[in-house]
Design a protein. Structure first.
Length: 346
């Protein structure tokens, strides 16, 4: 008999189960519960399915509820992958059924499961609808050979990397979240997107320790691009990154991702996860130009009868004026207001 329980303070068994699963991702780790609760003050519901005293399934969930962006139960907010991990169809169904019950109890407008790969159709209740082709991910194998990895980048982008190397750009890998945040804040403001608080980046560094680093690119002594990277098994995940206006002129962004790739390959990583992008955006084109093939993400959403799937994303026309206005905000104002708004985006 399967029993569903909330994860307590002891998380070792949860992470042991996650690490035993080939379909697990970095975003299934229990530490994300602490990040989401402390950084955003959202309620978490990390569910375990237990049978005969052993964990046979897990489902990380958190409620994102704000006046502006509504009330949604997500696995997992601020993460690109999620959804249940389960040893059996019975455990999978028990977890998703409990998630459906939670959605109703919390009066959430939707519950969303963020699968990297499609779940078995026979496991999931048909009431969980496919979100559609909004998001794709970009993942590719890399090798221990830097020259082979460089040659795998299409000619035009490879030339940008080579010119950046010839220019003498340098990169460091450390835990400098302050420099990263300064670059990232300007970059996302220019895109019309609210920025995360610096405290969030510090929390990620503190909680994930050696599973995280920051690569910063400098042109001379000037930082022009930076990215926070996560490491899980044999994968590297460049996650929060940005570049200054000067980075475009000197190839700083391309050099940065090349440096992340070569450092990760030297550590033994064999998968480079370029992360999630929305179809038709600049980020989508940039990753595709690097030779990465887009793969659809399989997000499933449960809404009340007659309800609509929430569209809390920059491509929603209702946010167009807000985005245009945000791009014109002075950076200090954007940095002050951004963390208040971004907690509702999830």
């Amino acid at each position: 008999m399967i029993r569903i329980k909330l994860l307590g303070q002891e998380t070792t068994a949860w992470d042991d189960f996650v690490n035993s699963r080939p379909d697990a991702t970095f975003f299934h780790l229990a530490a994300w519960r602490t990040v989401i609760e402390q950084a955003f003050n959202h309620r978490s519901f990390y569910l375990t399915a237990e049978q005969d005293g052993a964990i046979v399934g897990v489902l990380p969930l958190a409620q994102v509820k704000t006046r502006l962006f509504g009330n949604t139960l997500i696995s997992s907010p601020f993460c690109v992958y999620g959804g249940p991990l389960a040893e059996s169809a019975e455990a999978f169904r028990a977890l998703t059924s409990h998630a459906a019950t939670l959605r109703a109890e919390l009066r959430a407008e939707a519950a969303e499961l963020r699968f990297l790969t499609p779940p078995p159709e026979t496991y999931l209740d048909p009431a969980w609808q496919e979100r559609g082709a909004l998001y794709v991910t970009f993942r590719r194998a890399i090798t221990a050979d830097d020259d082979a990895n460089l040659k795998a980048i299409p000619r035009k982008q490879r030339a940008v990397v080579r010119k950046a190397i010839e220019r003498g750009l340098t990169a460091t890998a450390d835990r400098d979240v302050n420099t990263l945040h300064a670059i990232y804040a300007r970059s996302v403001r220019n895109l019309g997107t609210p920025v995360f608080a610096r405290r969030y980046f510090r929390l990620l560094a503190e909680i994930f320790g050696p599973a995280m680093d920051v690569v910063t690119v400098r042109d001379g002594q000037t930082p022009v691009a930076a990215v926070m990277n996560f490491y899980f098994r044999n994968e590297v995940i460049p996650y929060y990154g940005g570049g200054t206006e000067a980075a475009r002129a000197c190839g700083g962004n391309d050099f940065m991702y090349w440096d992340v790739m070569r450092r990760a390959a030297a550590k033994g990583c064999r998968i480079f996860d370029f992360g999630r992008s929305k179809s038709g955006t600049g980020a989508f084109s940039f990753k595709k130009n690097w030779g990465f093939a887009p793969a659809p993400l399989h997000y499933r959403v449960l809404v009340p009868e007659g309800g609509l799937i929430p569209e809390v994303n920059p491509l929603n026309p209702k946010y167009r004026l807000m985005i245009a206005a945000w791009k014109r905000l002075p950076l200090p104002v954007a940095n002050l207001l951004g963390p208040i708004l971004v907690r509702g985006v999830g």
